[in-house]
Design a protein around this ligand. Structure first.
Ligand SMILES: C[S@@+](CC[C@H](N)C(=O)[O-])C[C@H]1O[C@@H](n2cnc3c(N)ncnc32)[C@H](O)[C@@H]1O
Length: 245
């Protein structure tokens, strides 16, 4: 499964970068996302690990805020995009090829571990989060941003079902490479396609021993304008979960 997932992200690296780079290159998006991370990272968390950094989105956002950032990813092509983006923005971000579940760092090496849109596509979320807990120093904070992307129309009110229908058509057009690499249905077999989130995430954080666990259940409200919805449809409810070691 991991090889399947890595090959998906290698195929998508260039298209994905084009779709999300506005977050680090456009002031409005950058400000919204930096505010979200500032709320949870505070001023005294210096050394931060961005797991599944992709084209270096969160890594560059928080490097710009003055943090000392390391980004890891399992896809060489995503890391190449992250290097390009960091160079264009003149940010010094350390980028390392590594597996989210087997980090090449010793215990208690980071003040915070962050990630965005990564947990859903990991085969074993509990083992990944336990590994992130290991590299956090005592008192360090985990911040996970993710979304219910591929839950289909289960548990959704009719308005969201309608958006989901429109969105799948828009997604074909917006992310043709995303649709074509799901030919064997690997996404539907992921834990996240069959879990109630963020409740499942919170339960994992509790089991691993995080304290001060909190959730922002409706991040879409902070992130998306009505115009965004009209342009892109409803691609999924986004949320943030956080806890302290
Ligand atoms: C949807 S992208 C998110 C990229 C970026 N965090 C962002 O905010 O846009 C998911 C990323 O997770 C990475 N990834 C998936 N499985 C991984 C693993 N086991 N170890 C490290 N990175 C992984 C992928 O290569 C991809 O770059």
């Amino acid at each position: 499964m991991k090889d399947r997932i890595r090959s998906h992200w290698n195929t998508r690296a260039s298209g994905y970068d084009k779709n999300v780079r506005h977050v680090i290159f456009f002031r409005r998006d950058k400000t919204i996302w930096q505010r979200i991370f500032a709320e949870f990272l505070g001023g005294n968390r210096h050394k931060i690990l961005d797991v599944g950094t992709g084209p270096g989105i969160v890594a560059n956002l928080i490097s710009d805020m003055g943090y000392d950032v390391t980004g890891i990813d399992a896809s060489e092509r995503m890391l190449a995009k992250a290097r390009e983006n960091s160079a264009t923005l003149h940010n010094s971000v350390e980028l390392v090829l590594a597996d989210a579940e087997k980090l090449p760092f010793s215990e208690a090496s980071f003040d915070a571990v962050v990630n965005r849109y990564v947990l859903w596509s990991l085969p074993d979320p509990k083992s990944a989060i336990a590994e992130w807990h290991r590299v956090l120093r005592p008192g360090g904070r985990l911040v996970v941003v993710d979304g219910n992307w591929y839950l289909g129309s289960r548990d959704k009110p009719w308005t969201k079902k309608m958006w989901a229908l429109i969105s799948s058509a828009l997604a074909e057009w917006r992310w043709p490479d995303d649709q074509s690499t799901n030919d064997d249905g690997w996404r539907e077999r992921l834990w996240s396609s069959n879990a109630k989130r963020p409740e499942a995430d919170l339960e994992i954080l509790r089991e691993i021993g995080f304290k001060d666990i909190a959730v922002v259940a409706d991040l879409n409200r902070k992130l998306l304008t009505t115009l965004d919805y009209l342009k892109w449809g409803h691609s999924g409810d986004q949320f943030l979960v956080t806890g302290v070691k």
